[in-house]
Structures are given as structure tokens and as C-alpha cells.
Design a binder for this molecule. Structure first.
Ligand code: UDP
Length: 235
């Protein structure tokens, strides 16, 4: 394996599978199987899960509701997903811990960096819920932040697209995929790898990001093994 400790970011939307909203159990169970393959290789896995399948703070804009309140709702949505993910990963026999940036001790541990690292060392999958705990951020930013804090080797962004393209591949048939792109090139070409806060944090901390198709069987394992899957964005 090339990466010993990874931060895997999965968007909330990917959990909804073919549905428009919510959590598709089959998808969740498939992800758990894929995660197990990598845990079995001895890789330490921390995860950040999004909440877009349930609620996004930005959706309140224009409705008269307050953005901060909306973001709080969005962060709680990520905890719902985290709880679901926790069960499905434990169902395949892997111990997990859910840690949240917003304290809610009766259902999850509070985020404590040293404790998170200890869990990883013991082979537990650590799921970070409620993003950064602050409004106006995204779970992409939470992923890079936590990855930097716990000393992850790489941020793996599992999506339904197989990498970074020069234009949107879902809208443009001629879109060209990059195998590798530098942070500077991505910035110069104004390519959105992640939202700009997350991207800047990655760049400043020299933390590579790999965007890959998480829905393809064995892809996670292949990425961790160093196969050139998806697109790597690095210095
Ligand atoms: N959110 C937030 N602060 C954070 C992370 C998330 O306020 O640090 C809120 C924000 O409203 C966001 C929602 O939680 O829209 C769900 O997260 P995100 O949109 O990143 O989920 P994804 O797109 O990955 O499903």
C-alpha cells in the first residue's frame, strides 16, 4: 500500500444512490464492504461524511431563514449520515467511532484529536461528524482540516465522477480528464477540485487530494495501493 493513513471524504449525495433524497441502504452497505477491504490491508481510515442528501445550509437563502441556522441544520444532517455509516461499517465487523465537532455526547464522542489518532492506531474507523462545527464551511473543508490535524497522507474524495476534468463531464462530451494536476495549474485553470477554502487549506499544507469514482468496485483499494485511478492534485 502507498498510503498508511487516509482521510476518505464521501458526499451526502452519494449516500442517496438512485434516490433524490435520504440514504439508500444498499449503497451504504456497498461502501462498508469497500472500506473493509482497505482496513484489512492495514490502512488507517478516518472519514468525513457530507450532509447534502438531507440538508444544505445554502438552501435556506432567499427563504427568509437565517443562513447560520441553516448551516447548523446541515451539520446535524452529517451526523445522521455518520450514524448510518457507523452501523453499516460495524455490520461488516470493523470497530468504529463517531466523533462530532458539535458536542452531543449521548450519541457520539466529542472530537478530540489525540483520541481520534489513538482510535486509528487501534484499527478503528473514525468518522468525523458535524463538519468543522462552524457555519459557512463545507464538509470538504472539514475533510482537509481533519486530514491535516491527524497527519493523514492523503485526502481521498470519493465521488460519482472518475476524476478532475477541464469542463463538467456530465455536460460536455469533450471534457478532458487529468491524471494529475498541480495545485497551481488547477488554480490557474480555475478548476474546482473542492470548494476554495478546502482547496487552499490543502495547498498550504501540501496535502494531496485524489478525486476518484467511489461507486466502482475495488476502486478505493486500488487508489490506496497506488494505482493511477482518478486524478491526483498535488504540489
Ligand atoms: N456545514 C457547515 N459547516 C461545516 C460543514 C458543513 O455549516 O463545517 C453545513 C452546510 O450547511 C452544508 C451542510 O452542512 O451545506 C452539508 O455539508 P456539505 O454541503 O459539505 O455536504 P456534501 O455536499 O458533501 O453532501
Amino acid at each position: 500500500m502507498v498510503y498508511k493513513r487516509i482521510l476518505l471524504k464521501i458526499s451526502g449525495e452519494s449516500l442517496s444512490g438512485d434516490q433524490d433524497y435520504g440514504i439508500e441502504t444498499n449503497r451504504l452497505n456497498t461502501y462498508a464492504q469497500e472500506i473493509k477491504k482497505v482496513v484489512d490491508m492495514g490502512v488507517e481510515i478516518a472519514m468525513v461524511i457530507g450532509g447534502g442528501n438531507i440538508f444544505r445550509g445554502l438552501s435556506v437563502l432567499g427563504s427568509g431563514l437565517d443562513r447560520v441556522q441553516g448551516d447548523h441544520m446541515g451539520m446535524l444532517a452529517t451526523v445522521i449520515n455518520g450514524l448510518a455509516l457507523q452501523v453499516s461499517i460495524e455490520n461488516v465487523g470493523i470497530p468504529t467511532r463517531l466523533q462530532t465537532a458539535i458536542r452531543m455526547e449521548s450519541i457520539a464522542e466529542p472530537y478530540i484529536r489525540r483520541r481520534a489518532v489513538r482510535h486509528l492506531e487501534k484499527g478503528r474507523v473514525v468518522i468525523f461528524g458535524s463538519g468543522t462545527g462552524n457555519p459557512f464551511f463545507t464538509t470538504d473543508s472539514a475533510a482537509v482540516l481533519r486530514a491535516a490535524e491527524i497527519g493523514a497522507d492523503v485526502v481521498l474524495k470519493g465521488t460519482r465522477v472518475d476524476g478532475i476534468y477541464n469542463t463538467d463531464p456530465e455536460k460536455d462530451n469533450n471534457a478532458k480528464k487529468f491524471d494529475s494536476i498541480s495545485f497551481n495549474e488547477a488554480m490557474a485553470k480555475k478548476i474546482k477540485v473542492m470548494d476554495s477554502t478546502a482547496f487552499t487549506l490543502s495547498y498550504e499544507n501540501n496535502l494531496p487530494i485524489i478525486v476518484f469514482d467511489m461507486n466502482k468496485k475495488d476502486n478505493l483499494k486500488r487508489v490506496v495501493s497506488g494505482e493511477k485511478i482518478g486524478t491526483i492534485c498535488k504540489s
